[in-house]
Design a protein around this ligand. Structure first.
Ligand code: HEM
Length: 510
């Protein structure tokens, strides 16, 4: 469940489509209305704007900053940023029990407060703690830094820690193969690896030394931005369970570090203000260990959380909306509203082979029957979300290959097109000690260990905090990562790319 909350934590750092004032209503057709929790529901359209260019002519506004800047804890604008700061020693507000503070209405005080639940605000609180401890470290080494300087540097460091964890820990857990592990580490450290980069710095271009630390951002001619396609493939609400399983952390540990079950709480009780009250009673440690021991849902058809089909969504101030929404229906509507291509066209746009029959998409006969009932034999009509959920998964991957293509493209872009991960990823901007902090932090487990020194020792058997904590640790592999068969192919391609780059740049420089 930590992996699932983490990705929501990231989404709330990057994107939230601004809404228009015009409300619309969706009505379930009579033939299916019986099976829908809501026969109709109202919601706001997205705010459309003219882009000023011919293609695409129309775009949609984002109310969050798309940069990897930790806005999920720091806020997206000046008012938001002021609200979360203590203005003492650079620190952010946090309550005595380690959880977020709340305003008089019971809404958490944090960078992002919309559609939150207990697992999400818990991660916000953990990274506020991380920010504050970075402030302590900076103050110790740079006693002349005032509140503003401490805040700004700690923000840079904490945001980079978040970006690094996402790149080399979370993504690797979601797409569990040696190829991905090699690819993501190359994105951060380059083919020569951490030890050499630590020793000599970023000397040999993106393939050998990684994207992080490049001399200049590379945006391939388009200013840093996230795409609508990216938003669509991250619509992974089926990762969310129907209930949260709380475990008893006062129990003695068993052989596989698995605590006893204490209580099952329906997911809808963990959302919004109600969820915050519940979390305050549960406490940070029990919630974190419980989430660690619960697996999340699979991104597959017929696994959409039923409680999301009559959901109380939040407005921009984090307050409950009066009209319930059916999120499953709304997600299809949003993709159509934003002109995101349907599944087959989406694949064509990515130069992937489109499907010709339902059998190309899945082997599941029950799924094929249902698709035929809805779309007939017209595979071009297949909605992107339905296709993404129905698609056969690559072995070891939690997602299908269509989403994976977008993941790969944007995972690199988020780093290489941002000056704080390229031109300014240096000790002048981050401070020497700040950069050292980013460099020594490799995983979410490192962060948890910092703030809860005994927790993972007692309750975590596996290697990554994003796995189910009672699962087996990754077995020791004495073959170096880049020589393993699955990653060797990736590495070989990287070396070839490097070789051609060198030749190309020589030709270019003379
Ligand atoms: C309790 C947990 C969650 C709740 C209550 C929730 C609720 C919502 C709501 C109400 C929307 C806006 C719908 C609209 O008007 O278009 C939304 C959008 C979205 N959610 Fe969630 N969500 C949750 C968790 C997650 C998770 C785990 C993910 C995983 C990736 C996720 C990904 C997204 C994405 C990509 C969007 C589209 C954002 C945009 O259109 O700008 N959400 N969610």
């Amino acid at each position: 469940m930590i992996a699932c909350s983490w990705i929501q934590f990231m989404i709330h750092d990057w994107i939230d489509h601004m809404e228009d004032t015009q409300q619309v209503e969706i009505r379930a057709p009579d033939e299916v209305a019986e099976g829908c929790p809501l026969k109709s529901f109202k919601f706001y359209k997205n705010k459309k704007v003219h882009t000023g260019s011919a293609k695409p002519e129309i775009g949609f506004l984002n109310s969050r900053t798309p940069w990897w800047d930790g806005s999920v804890i720091y806020g997206n604008n000046n008012d938001g940023m002021i609200k979360v700061r203590t203005f003492k020693e650079g620190k952010l507000k946090i309550s005595g029990d380690g959880l977020l503070e709340h305003d008089e209405k019971g809404i958490p005080i944090s960078g992002d407060i919309r559609n939150c639940w207990a697992g999400f605000t818990l991660l916000q609180a953990l990274f506020v703690k991380e920010h504050n401890i970075v402030c302590d470290m900076l103050k110790e080494h740079y006693p002349d830094f005032d509140d503003e300087k401490l805040y700004r540097h700690a923000r840079l460091v904490t945001s980079a820690v978040i970006a690094k964890i996402h790149t080399i820990d979370w993504t690797v857990e979601l797409l569990k193969t040696d190829t991905l592990l090699a690819g993501m580490r190359i994105n951060w450290y380059g083919f020569f690896g951490k030890k050499i980069k630590d020793l000599i710095g970023h000397k040999f271009g993106p393939v050998c030394s990684g994207l992080v630390g490049l001399q200049r951002p590379r945006d391939h001619g388009i200013l840093y931005s996230l795409t609508e396609e990216f938003v669509s493939v991250y619509r992974m609400h089926s990762l969310l369970p129907d209930k949260v399983i709380l475990v008893d952390i006062r129990s003695t540990t068993s052989e596989n570090k698995c605590p006893l079950l204490q209580e099952e709480v329906p997911m809808w009780e963990m959302i919004g203000k109600q969820g915050e009250r519940r979390l305050a009673k549960i406490g940070m440690e029990q919630m974190l260990v419980s989430m660690g021991h619960q697996s999340c849902g699979a991104v597959t058809l017929w696994n959409y959380p039923s409680w999301m089909r009559n959901l109380v969504a939040h407005d921009v101030d984090g307050e409950d909306r009066p009209d319930l929404v059916d999120m499953a229906a709304l997600e299809l509507y949003r993709d159509r509203e934003r002109n995101v291509a349907r599944y087959n066209e989406f694949r064509r746009n990515l130069l992937m082979i489109p499907i010709s029959t339902w059998e190309d998409l899945t082997d599941d006969v029950e799924v094929i029957e249902a698709l035929r009932e809805i779309y007939g034999d017209d595979v071009e009509e297949l909605d992107l979300q339905v296709g993404l959920h129905a698609e056969k998964k690559i072995k070891g991957f939690a997602i299908g290959e269509t989403a994976f293509f977008i993941f790969l493209l944007i995972a690199s872009r988020r780093l290489e097109a941002d000056r704080f991960f390229t031109t300014n990823f240096n000790s002048r901007t981050y401070t020497e000690k700040g950069l050292e902090w980013v460099n020594k932090t490799e995983t979410l487990k490192d962060v948890i260990d910092r703030h809860f020194p005994e927790m993972t020792e007692k309750w975590m058997r596996c290697s990554s905090a994003f796995s189910v904590w009672s699962s087996d640790p990754t077995s020791r592999n004495y073959i170096p990562l880049y020589l393993r068969p699955a990653s060797a192919c990736y590495v070989l391609m990287s070396i070839l790319a490097c070789f051609f780059l060198i030749i190309f740049s020589k030709n270019f420089l003379v």
